[in-house]
Ligand binder design. Structure first.
Ligand code: SF4
Ligand code: SF4
Length: 445
């Protein structure tokens, strides 16, 4: 088990055991924070590796924002006397944040040659981690900052800009550098699908407010940094990494669930339709092959309840709100027949019975029947549909078969005869249901 797997470029992690996997090789990612299983292809084979956390670290795609003009990341003009002009937020490239790479370059240019004139044009002065300090240093080093409005600023390549403010226009000539047009890495879209992370509108993996949770994604334990995270440039990269590694250290030492009350899947009701798997925004549901049903991965769950509201079988609930399992005379009713009939019966006719709704008689599991037979007096009546109206393939026959097998086993163990009974009903048969319950209570069935 690794502490962290880097998808893309790894970084130094002195106290965490790490490895790296190329993004294009990854085929699936199962599990949850603290226990992910990542599958990848290598030399024609599929391999699997375990890790507590995953960090996606891919570079941005960078394009020139103004054709023919160099971008911030290019080397500074060697002519030390040149006036330099840095422009960020031009046209649609604007991230709302001051660009750290541009700031660093402008600061370096001003420090390299204090007599050089350095201009910095921007539309927004919002800061990300660390850029406010860079801004102060650049001002002190003599960089001239100008805030411009769209439509009142013209770039005339290769070396002129026109800036209008309050009716006055200023023309500046010099070597121009523009903020690059940053786009999410090419691999990110496919990677998001494989990792089951919903990308934001711009195609980045970052899901939460950048001020509060810089590198979190919608899938707990998967972090996005650099070009996987946002269009905010690379200046905050060290902070992104620092935050992320601290988070991973914390979960390594003390992983706590995000929500107190667990969401649970009732495996008797789950029909494995995968609706919850698709709607969960946090990849917190997976199939449990042993249970033949979905399972909520508790440490991954954010408690949004999207799964509960979308599950067509009503199989997911909040643990404390589940109906109590009882003992005595228990009636399991198919929701397509007996459960409908029950709703039309006077409630007093149901007194003394513990009722439970099931999606189909065939969905009942033997182990649940045994678990519900705790006391010698316990008996169970399972009510399914008639064969011609069963919505599932031969649900009534399978229900009958399960009941027969349970009774056989109980008899062979000398635990009682006919403790479980199977009957068929249809939705309008509320009177028949009342009679059936009466006769069963009296032992006349
Ligand atoms: S939506 Fe409900 S029935 Fe469908 S797989 Fe999920 S838990 Fe099972
Ligand atoms: S409540 Fe359901 S949908 Fe929401 S995070 Fe948890 S498992 Fe996913």
């Amino acid at each position: 088990m690794y502490d962290v797997i880097f998808i893309g470029n790894p970084v130094e992690t002195p106290s965490l055991e790490k490895r790296q996997v190329e993004p294009e090789k990854i085929t699936s990612c199962k599990g949850r924070i603290g226990d992910f299983s990542l599958r990848y292809r290598e030399n024609g084979k599929v391999k699997e590796v375990k890790t507590r956390a995953i960090v996606v670290n891919l570079p941005h795609q960078q394009e020139e924002s103004v054709p023919e003009l160099p971008v911030f990341s290019e080397a500074l003009e060697s002519d030390r006397e040149n006036t330099l002009i840095f422009i960020q937020d031009n046209e649609e490239i604007a991230s709302a944040f001051i660009n750290g790479i541009g700031l660093k370059k402008a600061l370096q240019a001003a420090r390299d040659n204090p007599s050089r004139q350095v201009y910095y044009f921007y539309r927004s002065l919002r800061f990300t981690e660390g850029t406010d300090q860079l801004y102060e240093e650049a001002r002190r080093a003599g960089v001239a900052f100008f805030r411009y409005e769209q439509g009142k600023f013209e770039i005339n390549p290769p070396n002129k800009v026109s800036y209008t403010r309050g009716g006055a226009t200023m023309d500046v000539e010099g070597k121009i550098y523009t903020a690059p047009l940053l786009k999410p890495s090419l691999e990110l879209e496919k990677l998001a699908r494989v990792l089951r992370i919903i990308p934001n509108e711009e195609g980045y993996l970052q899901a939460e407010n950048v001020y509060l949770a810089p590198t979190l994604t919608g899938r707990r334990g998967v972090y996005a940094v650099g070009g996987a995270r946002s269009p905010n440039g690379l200046a905050g990269f060290e902070d992104e990494i620092k935050f992320t590694l601290e988070e991973i250290e914390a979960i390594k030492n003390n992983l706590q669930p995000l929500v107190e009350d667990d969401r649970e899947v009732d495996d008797r009701k789950c029909i494995l339709c995968y609706t919850c798997f698709r709607v969960c925004p946090h990849a917190a549901l997976e199939e449990n092959k042993e249970q033949d049903a979905m399972e909520v991965l508790k440490d991954a769950c954010w408690g949004c309840n999207a799964c509960i509201s979308h599950c067509p079988a009503g199989a997911i609930s909040i643990a404390d709100e589940q109906e109590e399992k009882g003992s005595g005379l228990q009636v399991f009713m198919c929701e397509n027949s007996a459960a409908t009939a029950r709703k039309k019966m006077p409630q007093e006719d149901l007194e003394g019975f513990i009722t439970r709704e099931i999606p189909c008689a065939c969905s009942i599991k033997k182990e649940d029947i045994y678990a519900s037979l705790q006391d010698p007096e316990d008996r169970i009546l399972i009510l399914g549909c008639f064969e011609e109206s069963c919505k599932h393939l031969e649900g009534d026959q399978r229900g009958q078969r399960i009941v027969d097998e349970v009774n056989e086993t109980l008899a062979s163990l000398e635990l009682g005869e006919d403790k479980v009974r199977f009957e068929r009903l249809s939705p309008p048969m509320e009177q028949d249901l009342a009679n059936l319950l009466d006769r069963w209570r009296e032992g006349q069935l």
